[in-house]
Design a protein around this ligand. Sequence first.
Ligand SMILES: [Zn+2]
Length: 336
Amino acid sequence: MLSDFSNIPIDTQPLTQGLLPYILGTIIATGLFVGVFLHELTHSYFALKKGIKIRSITLLLFGGVAEIEEGIPDPSDEFLIAIVGPISSGIIGAVCIGIAYLADYIIINPTWAAVIVFIFWYLGLLNLLLFGFNLIPAFPMDGGRVLRAYLAKRMDKYKATKIAANIGKIFAIFFGILGIVTLNFIIVIIALFIFFGAEQETTMTRYTSLLEGIQISGVMTKEVTSVSPSMPVPELINMMYMYKHLGFPVIDREELVGIVALEDINKSSEIDREAMKVKDIMTREVITLAPDQPLNEVLQKMAQRNVGRIPIVSDGNVVGIVTRSDILRVIQLRES
Ligand SMILES: [Zn+2]
């Protein structure tokens, strides 16, 4: 079968013997993983070089997603960071295919030649597939970012994102139909992944552009109701009813020591709750921001860490709090 599509006349007979198919499968899967990892590493390397923080790298079959910490980078930076991923896959693919051809010339033992050619040819094709797939000019693929960066030099970021995302959705619909017609479940999943990725990117960019130019101090609630770490949990529940707030900063001798929210109460067992105190259930690692930071920081932190409220700290003191509903209110006001 291999000789059909590789043009390399190898004897594939020995590849089907004994455990060899399983061993080859494992090697190729590992090789593909390394290929995807190198692709992501290239994105990260260039992002770091441009001074952009990368929070996490999620490895997915079709190009992992290196999550960028700070909103949308400058168009020329984004262009570079996005394009280097597919380029690295393209190079890896070409090198693998080169090795396959070379191995066919050099290795005399027919079994070894077949094994090496098969592995590198297959890995070469998979990496070239990654290269091609990621160059599709549609969100959330690298090509979508390249397109957005190209457009963002000529118009505002939100408009550029919307165009790139709409192209992504058209591709997704086309992919979806193709998947359904050919009864290929994987293509349908990829189509959904593209569609919702494009949708999410548009929403995030729209919010970011609506919140642009606003400082945290202009939106935060200045009168912060806090609780003490020694407050019993039943009392905390009463406070939630009274103030209609679902979370409070925990302050001990004027120092922020934690944050406690309804989720923390729900995590504790109902029987223990009676005897528990705020300090037993609170989250100790609190994400805080400063009043002079842009409001967009709040939006990003909330999205990344999945928190509903962020205390605003200045000189070690809590001077305010911003909640998810504060952000939504500003978005609604700006939209109308
Ligand atoms: Zn990529």
